[in-house]
Design a protein around this ligand. Structure first.
Ligand SMILES: [Zn+2]
Ligand SMILES: [Zn+2]
Length: 87
């Protein structure tokens, strides 16, 4: 039998279910999320560019409530409107 004297509750990554002991928590909009890696955190939390569909993990650009990965994508979607990177 395995001695279970350590009451350490391993936090499970809510994306992949891994119980990595160096998991971390992210609180967003009052909700607590647990991840084992930034890859999983990005998978769940990063907005997706409305133009090219890639994950927005940088500052990104927000135009009219929509997220874009860069000013180039935002401009393409908004007919060349004056959009500049916000960094
Ligand atoms: Zn994970
Ligand atoms: Zn894009």
């Amino acid at each position: 039998m395995v001695a279970d004297d350590e009451e350490a509750v391993m936090a499970l990554c809510e994306v992949c279910g891994n119980d990595y002991d160096k998991s971390f928590e992210v609180v967003a909009a009052g909700k607590r999320h647990t991840f084992d890696s930034f890859e999983c955190a990005i998978h769940l939390m990063a907005p997706v560019c409305e133009h090219c569909g890639c994950k927005v993990i940088g500052h990104g650009v927000e135009v009219g409530g929509l997220f874009y990965c860069c000013a180039h994508c935002a401009r393409d979607e908004h007919g060349g409107a004056a959009v500049s990177d916000r960094a």
